[in-house]
Ligand binder design. Structure first.
Ligand code: PMP
Length: 370
């Protein structure tokens, strides 16, 4: 008997998780995709208070109205996106927003453009919908920034949607405003939907973040609390779009998770309505670490662009698989870039979501094998 359904049995489990499993207790893990900071105290207090107030029952399927109001305000203020709280669904992390959007909008046999290199989940979510992923290649020569020309080159007659991720995992690239506007115009003209994964929006250095949905109605904005507020384990994300698109996504969300937990939504509402100093401080610290890592790698002769966002660097190595194995022997865990697509094969992803001291030590260890 074939146990797995056909569309599931071909799915790959995350290679990044495999890297964790190889780690010894003394290893410095630079494979992690989550902030090393504690969740800010005022958010935890709000969560505790909500639990003590018995906020342990179902919320509306789309999410707590008070949180959706705050998200709508945030989208207006930060992203120039005009949506009502009814056009927002609070999801189990950005992960569920991504999965539910693709399930809701894509037919079997459709093409979905995804970034290459790009976050592992995209290709598998597209496959789970029975659709085909088409890579949009970004290159080192353009510092891995996706351009409108890259998208035009990848577009097919069957393209239903494109997933875009800026700031980007795994490269840290932040797209230019002109490209975001031009791709939005293309989405309107060619009638495809932009699924814009903006989870690293707040982790950005000296650049401004722009949202596709401020330029086109054919967009779903996907974002969440995991990275900005160092709360990956509390699992809160959201998507926003036009009423027609949200109606479809809600069907998948409703019959999959019903709603996310209520107390955490109250804590997220506190996060949005309190001082954003905690976000600013974490981003400043990430910037110091980025500078340390990029300068050290370049000093070792390992070509590495200075990324403008997220907490990853994507550096070149002659034989990345070999380099990663040698790094494991030196007790440093990295991820070979091939895990993120064909275009990543000559590179290695390093996450600097680790303390400055650990990063300094990791750089000393990598110097021995560079
Ligand atoms: N998108 C990208 C690009 C990510 O890197 C991640 C987390 N690694 C996610 C989405 C998922 O985030 P969440 O914790 O909100 O599900």
């Amino acid at each position: 008997m074939n146990i797995g359904a056909d569309r599931v049995s071909q799915i790959n489990l995350s290679q990044v998780r495999k890297m964790f499993e190889q780690a010894s207790p003394t290893a410095i893990n630079l494979a992690l995709g989550e902030p090393d900071f504690d969740t800010p105290k005022h958010i935890l207090e709000s969560l505790t208070n909500a639990l003590n107030d018995n906020r342990t029952h179902y919320s509306q399927n789309k999410g707590e109205p008070v949180l959706r109001e705050s998200i709508a305000k945030k989208l207006d203020n930060d992203n120039n996106i005009d949506v009502s709280s009814d056009d927002i669904i609070v999801t189990v992390g950005a992960s569920e927003a991504l999965y539910s959007s693709i399930q809701a909008l894509v037919n079997p046999g459709d093409d979905v453009l995804i970034p290459d290199p790009g976050f592992l989940s995209y290709a598998e979510c597209v496959r789970l919908a029975g659709a085909n992923s088409v890579p949009v290649k970004s290159s080192r020569d353009n510092e891995f920034k996706t351009t409108v020309e890259d998208v035009q080159n990848a577009l097919t007659a069957e393209t239903k949607a494109i997933v875009i991720n800026s700031p980007c995992n795994p490269t840290g690239a932040v797209m230019e405003k002109e490209d975001i506007k031009a791709i939005s115009d293309l989405a309107t003209d060619e009638e495809f939907i932009v699924l814009s994964d903006e989870i690293y929006e707040k982790i950005i250095y000296d650049k401004k973040h722009y949202s596709f949905q401020s330029f086109t109605d054919n967009a779903v904005t996907i974002n969440g609390f995991s990275k900005a507020y160092a709360m990956t384990g509390l699992r809160v994300g959201y998507c926003a779009s036009s009423p027609e698109i949200i109606d479809e996504i809600l069907k998948v969300h409703q019959y999959n998770v019903a709603c996310i937990d209520t107390a955490t939504q109250i804590a997220c509402n506190t996060a949005l309505n309190s001082s954003q100093d905690c976000v600013y401080q974490m981003t400043c610290e990430f910037k110091k670490r980025r500078d340390l890592v990029v300068n050290s790698l370049n000093d070792m002769g390992l070509d590495c662009v200075m990324p403008d966002g997220a907490f990853y660097v994507f550096f070149h190595a002659d034989n990345p698989e070999e380099f990663v194995k040698k790094a494991v022997k030196e007790d440093v865990i990295l991820v070979p870039g091939g895990a993120f697509g064909e275009e990543g094969k000559e590179f290695i992803r390093l996450s600097y979501a680790q303390s400055y001291d650990n990063l300094e030590e990791a750089m000393r260890r990598l110097e021995r094998i560079a």
